[in-house]
Design a binder for this molecule. Structure first.
Ligand code: SAM
Length: 247
């Protein structure tokens, strides 16, 4: 999968994407990250990418011309490299909330273009006529779209088949099936009197699977009841949850 990121701070990349699982995904050819300097698409000699807002007020706004030129060019480049150009996404605190479901939907694309805003944001014509949709990583305001772009790239890349060593590793992740992940334990079996639940050491795999499902339900009901409300419960899950809550 290819990501084309348009930013006025391209040197911030790859940042955390240059390490660990995501770097390995890159090495395996699962991730092709192309970062484009917006200033390269602005007119010389000053290569100005921002200007004052019409109507006054503080701050600067990213100009439309370099962004339109950059998007045209990166999509052409992506196509020339054999990638079917996918959605053009503007990072914005006003966008739809990026979550695991959106990550999964975008993971099916061959290519995604991400536009990182700065300052007061981008000229509204970009939102109206250039991008397919806006994405937000949460209800708070950051200084630029670069960190949100990295978050989105990371979340989508780890969903690519073969990105993780263990093929099952994302299967039980939190938010799969709208449930949080079950609790995990590792050695030692007993630490300062705190012991690992007996069932996990029993070798009884159906019992372990049942315990994990029950604990995932309990964690979700306790920490994120909103998820369960949206999802609903089967009769069997309701019984499992009641049993765990009474334990
Ligand atoms: N004035 C804008 C507003 O209130 O909607 C905020 C602009 S913000 C300081 C600059 C840029 O950071 C935005 O254009 C966007 O690209 C990025 N950004 C900030 N917070 C974000 C968030 N929660 N999710 C995605 N992008 C964000």
């Amino acid at each position: 999968m290819r990501f084309d990121v348009i930013s006025i701070f391209p040197d911030l990349f790859p940042g955390p994407l240059g390490d660990g699982i995501i770097a390995r995904a890159s090495d395996k050819g699962l991730l092709d990250l192309q970062v484009h300097d917006l200033r390269a698409y602005a007119d010389p000699p000053h290569n100005q990418v921002d200007d004052e807002p019409f109507g006054g007020g503080g701050g600067m706004v990213l100009k439309p011309e370099p962004l339109f030129a950059a998007v045209d060019d990166v999509r052409t480049q992506a196509q020339a490299a054999g990638f079917d150009p996918g959605p053009v996404v503007l990072l914005s605190p006003q966008g739809k909330r990026f979550d695991q479901e959106r990550a999964r939907a975008l993971a099916g694309q061959a290519q995604v273009t991400l536009i990182c805003g700065r300052y007061e944001g981008v000229d509204e014509r970009v939102r109206l006529h250039l991008v397919d949709f806006e994405l937000s990583i949460g209800d708070y305001v950051l200084t630029g779209g670069e960190l949100p772009a990295m978050v989105i790239i990371e979340a989508i890349t780890r969903l690519q088949p073969e990105a993780l060593g263990d093929a099952e590793a994302t299967q039980h992740d939190s938010f799969s099936e709208l449930l949080l992940d079950f609790p995990q334990y590792t050695r030692p079996a007993d630490y300062r009197g705190m012991s690992v639940p007996e069932v996990l050491r029993s070798g009884n795999h159906p019992a372990i699977a049942q315990w994990r499902r029950q604990q995932a339900l309990l964690a979700t009901a306790t920490k994120r009841p909103d998820l369960l409300e949206a999802r609903g419960l089967s009769d069997e899950e309701r019984a499992l949850l009641a049993e765990a809550s009474n334990a």
